[in-house]
Write a protein that binds this ligand. Structure first.
Ligand SMILES: Cc1ncc(COP(=O)(O)O)c(C=O)c1O
Length: 423
């Protein structure tokens, strides 16, 4: 081959590679705040605290509550998941709007708080507490009309745990209502098959003074995203399994009426599957009320995000700056149109995704103190403006910001304290 042909050939390859590189370059995905976030930003500039806050949009939340409550329907109980909505006024709001008294609780300090603040509530534990935590609940239960022997169901996942609770009930001289966790396919524990029920029911029936069988809890988030309804084989399998436990309980005690039991299941992701089903009479949901990003799932498509973190911009630079060789920053800035500007925000690294401005690429590094945020040149925020994020989950994240700011019609209409983690 001639030398000139080789040279021409390599020039062609280089040109094709350069064209490929240009084609591969990311698009400019950046956009400033839309009308909704512009209004929120203006509100927070006027009345915000100047540090990260958690906002709840009341109108959006109300629509979400209505959707969930309608899905549950009038014949079943809608049980509100406390860990996903950990604030007394928030729970009061949801319970009043959905006309329900039922709560599901997952943390011992929250349980004592609920017994004090919601003396009329019907409470089911969402996970099996160590007997030590159950004992502490009774020890800390102050003067309240809340009567655990009528209003509280402890969740029991094994015969060993039942025996520990039995000993506790006897030593305290109390009656404990027992709801049995059953494995309907998630494999997160609970009774693995209906036959395992026999030993538990024998113990419970053997001491009616201290123990009472109250129902089942079979959680099935592995059905999230199933395309189809009650006929879907995965849903059929869950419900068949659930019914097998009910049948076993009835075969042990023929007088048992399932209508008098709490037959709990579902979560926000799956609740809408059961509109026409009558196996379970008690369905749980929490997160779907506020819609963190993990809940952008098919059966919640009608719900709208109602929960945002808002945090002020502390610094702005019209170029990318990173520690080390400035050429690295220049190259990155040249390559990615979404890295033309650099902002530093107050705080960061929450379990959350940037929502507005939109098109924000992953931060170059994370910081819980001042997170760097690069954007395209189409994003034009000033120092003091706010950036908005959507939490990926509400559980835990909602506890990180102090009072929730309730927003309606462009105004802060309420401030709702959140639960304390300890107590
Ligand atoms: C036992 C149980 N039920 C229901 C839920 C549903 O809660 P959410 O609607 O907030 O997803 C959960 C969530 O973890 C759970 O563990």
């Amino acid at each position: 081959m001639k030398r000139r042909t080789v040279l021409l050939g390599s020039a062609g390859v280089a040109a094709a590679a350069a064209a490929g590189v240009v084609l591969w370059r990311p698009d400019d995905r950046g956009a400033g705040h839309d009308a909704y976030f512009t209004r929120l930003n203006e509100l927070l500039m006027r009345e915000g605290p100047g540090h990260p806050v958690m906002l709840i949009d009341r109108a959006r939340m109300n629509a979400n509550i209505d959707y969930l409550a309608n899905s549950v329907g009038p014949d079943k109980t809608y049980r509100v998941v406390v860990k996903s909505l950990p604030s007394t006024p928030l729970l009061q709001h949801v319970m009043a709007r959905a006309k329900t008294n039922a709560l599901m609780v997952f943390h011992r300090p929250f349980l004592n708080e609920i017994a004090t603040r919601f003396p009329e509530a019907d409470v089911l534990l969402g996970k099996p507490m160590p007997a030590q935590a159950a004992a502490l609940f009774y020890a800390k239960l102050g003067a309240t009309p809340f009567d655990p022997s009528r209003q509280l169901q402890w969740l029991i996942d094994s015969k060993d745990r039942l025996d520990e609770y039995h000993a506790l009930a006897r030593s305290r001289g109390v009656k404990m209502r027992i709801n049995v966790e059953i494995d309907v396919g998630l494999h997160r524990g609970g009774l693995p098959e209906p036959e395992a029920l026999d030993a538990l029911l024998e113990t419970i029936r053997g001491d009616a003074e201290h123990l009472e069988f109250a129902g089942f809890m079979g959680y099935e988030p592995h059905l999230t995203g199933v395309d189809g309804g009650l006929e879907h084989p995965a849903v059929v399998a869950v419900l068949e399994r659930y019914r097998a436990f009910i049948a076993r309980a009835q075969s042990i005690d023929s007088r048992l009426d399932p209508a008098t039991l709490t037959l709990n299941g579902a979560g926000s992701h799956t609740l809408a599957l059961y509109e026409r089903d009558r196996t379970m009479n008690d369905l749980s949901a929490g997160s779907g009320v506020v819609m963190p990003t993990d809940f952008d799932t098919p059966l919640l498509a009608a719900n709208t995000p109602a929960l945002f973190i808002a945090t002020p911009v502390l610094k702005r630079y019209d170029e990318l700056r990173i520690p080390g060789d400035p050429w690295a920053a220049k190259l990155m800035q040249w390559w990615d149109p979404n890295r033309q500007r650099l902002y530093f925000i107050y705080g960061g690294y929450w379990k959350a995704r940037y929502e507005s401005p939109s098109g924000v690429p992953d931060p170059l590094y994370h910081s819980t103190n001042q997170e760097p945020l690069s954007t395209s040149a189409s994003v034009d925020l000033a120092v003091g403006d706010h950036v908005f994020l959507r939490p990926t989950q509400s559980e835990h994240v909602m506890l990180q910001f102090g009072d929730l700011l309730v927003i309606d019609e462009g105004a802060i209409v309420d401030r709702w304290p959140v639960f304390q983690q300890t107590g």
